[in-house]
Design a protein around this ligand. Sequence first.
Ligand SMILES: NC(=O)c1ccc[n+]([C@@H]2O[C@H](COP(=O)([O-])OP(=O)(O)OC[C@H]3O[C@@H](n4cnc5c(N)ncnc54)[C@H](O)[C@@H]3O)[C@@H](O)[C@H]2O)c1
Length: 334
Amino acid sequence: MFLNVNLNENSYDIIIERNALTKFNQYVNLTGKVLILTDDGIPSTYVKTLLKQFTNCYVYVIKSGETSKNFTNFEKILSFLIEKNFTRTDALVALGGGVVGDLGGFVASCYMRGIDFYNIPSTLLAQVDSSIGGKTAINHMGVKNIIGSFYQPKKVIIDVELLKTLDERIFNSGLVEVIKMAATMNKELFNLIATTDDIARDIENIVTEALKLKKRVVEEDPKEKNLRKVLNFGHTIGHAIESLAKGKLYHGECVGLGMLYVSSKTVKTQILEVLKKYHLPTATIYKVDDLIKYIEHDKKMSGKKLSIIHVEEIGEFCIKTILTSQINELFVEV
Ligand SMILES: NC(=O)c1ccc[n+]([C@@H]2O[C@H](COP(=O)([O-])OP(=O)(O)OC[C@H]3O[C@@H](n4cnc5c(N)ncnc54)[C@H](O)[C@@H]3O)[C@@H](O)[C@H]2O)c1
């Protein structure tokens, strides 16, 4: 299955196929030097499968986890590329989750003002969300994604077989990003996730449908000016919970909870059912007032406006822009 992300001169294909990893170079035909960037939590068999396909290839392994998206790694990988005499006709391939993809994309965007970047996302979150849209970033001074660029990959290769080795909690946390897109834009997809009795069987279809939604959004709003805000459904409260939970909850788990605060009663019930089905958290110890206080402080909101995605009915959404003084009216207690 091919999807083309149409961004004029920066358009690229997404290839979705089981076992695509084994024939990666048939899709991309790389003949120059290749740097595979990966992390130490990704099964080494995947790296070996990829390595076999190139004659002039290096592997750079970072430690798994969010803290690896840092300046030191950014600098070290750039130094590595210089030491190995990479030129503008060479390429960087990211094999991993959102951490590897964000860091790899940023390095590729900066080395010699941009070398070709290919992404093989290996987590569900990366397959449906972070690998398309062109956002790259590292964290700095405790601020997430504060340094980065918009840089489109040359191709994204999606092999859902890679998801089989993923920890179930990480898989389910990634699924929240699909639930988020489905709840706002595609009722059928939401129903499929809610009713399937075999997610492993349906995952290729689910990933494809989610990608079609994300593709539509990024094509219409490549630089996050308006429509792309829909992808933030559940994120305002979700980020507050994530920060207050201090690492105890995964990002997707927090977004799942965050959606409950900005949905109608019926939608809230429907989302709760899905969260339960995938063993995701359905309640927090935080009161809505604490979360609001956190958001106000975090966004230094006094006198400012805040845009929130609200879902009244599954498959539809509206953007509500409110003033700080109205923030209490927006969120419903969960
Ligand atoms: N660029 C974007 O548009 C965008 C969007 C959403 C999130 N993000 C970023 O994505 C990051 C989170 O990504 P993530 O959730 O993929 O986490 P991650 O990259 O940290 O991966 C999670 C864990 O899964 C392991 N792993 C990855 N693939 C595996 C596989 N196939 N089998 C077994 N283990 C595997 C990794 O080693 C890691 O320990 C955050 O940094 C976030 O800011 C970026």
